[in-house]
Design a protein around this ligand. Structure first.
Ligand code: ZN
Length: 310
């Protein structure tokens, strides 16, 4: 039976940018409730994430930026890092546990204690670059996890699939010159962060999508573009930047995916790692702001991670 780790931490609920911000603690609660009310509840292995260490954060961010974030974290009130991102008194703890979840997931799948893992964490991470916050993101959890896997386990080929509606520009910024990392990213364009179409690298597979693009378009890209690239790259592990804001009901963007598309992309990823003769998938929550759609899509994703029918 497939063993899926579900990793979170209570402090991910305590990072609050302001009362009406769409990147809210209710996102985590919605996913956890959906899991608790489903047959998946008793099938997952639950873990409480440790905090990532500063040394681990430094695997993907500059010393100057990391020192700045640790120094600016407020004891009270909010500090604004950029136009979209702020930190309150519990934000640094939430961020460090979020990164810690991806580190723990990496250890669990590398030691074969779990076949795959889902990190139910916030804030998201994929817009955070080498030396900058952006788009609700402070540290890039998936990039740090991928860098940790390469250093700790001496892996030479790590792939990242990013199906968030926004381009994973921070992840590309961190890995664009690293021959050991492949990024497969689908995103609405033109749209925030208005990047991702200038890439020249054949390891940075950026697939911009026009507004209103649906699941059939995304599935064709996965089959025709991502599959041959991933099969020939033969990743030792695949990370997923799992944003659910390309859902047709999401208020922040304008693509037209459904929960069935998220399940399909998950099965696709399982088939790729199967071809590579392992099970190692580490998925980490990025965006997704329509709570019922986020909950049902994340549930479909985790059910598929846990399924034996691929
Ligand atoms: Zn997003």
């Amino acid at each position: 039976m497939t063993k899926t780790a579900f990793i979170s931490h209570p402090d991910t609920l305590l990072h609050v940018m302001d009362g009406s911000h769409p990147e809210s603690p209710a996102r985590i609660t919605a996913i956890k409730n959906a899991v608790s009310n489903s047959t998946l509840k008793n099938k997952l292995a639950y873990y409480e994430a440790p905090k990532a260490t500063k040394k681990q954060i430094l695997l993907a961010h500059s010393q100057q930026y990391v020192d700045y974030i640790y120094g600016i974290a407020p004891k009270a009130g909010l500090v604004r890092l950029d136009a979209d991102t702020a930190m309150g008194p519990m934000s640094l703890s939430a961020v460090l546990h979020a990164t810690g979840a991806v580190i723990q997931a990496t250890d669990l799948v590398m030691s074969k204690e779990a076949d795959n893992a889902f990190c139910c964490i916030r804030p998201p991470g994929h817009h955070a670059g080498l030396a900058n916050s952006a788009g609700f993101c402070v540290f890039n959890h998936v990039a740090i996890g991928a860098a940790y896997a390469m250093k700790q386990y001496n892996l030479k080929r790590v792939a990242i699939i990013d199906f968030d509606v926004h381009h994973g520009d921070g992840t590309e910024d961190i890995f664009k010159d690293n021959p050991n990392v492949m990024l497969c990213s689908t995103f609405q364009h033109p749209y925030y962060p208005h990047r991702g179409v200038e890439s020249a690298s054949d390891r940075m597979l950026n697939m911009p999508l026009k507004a209103k693009s649906d699941g059939a378009t995304i599935r064709a890209i996965f089959e025709k573009k991502f599959k041959p690239a991933l099969v020939s790259f033969k990743p030792d592990v695949i990370y997923i930047s799992a944003g659910f804001d390309a859902h047709m009901n999401d208020p922040l963007a304008d693509l037209a995916l459904t929960k069935e598309d998220y399940a399909w992309m998950t099965t696709f990823t399982k088939q790729i790692v199967k071809k590579c003769k392992h099970t190692r998938i580490i998925s980490s929550l990025e965006g997704g702001y329509h709570l019922p759609s986020l909950a049902e899509s994340a549930l479909a994703h985790i059910q598929q991670l846990n399924s034996n029918n691929d």
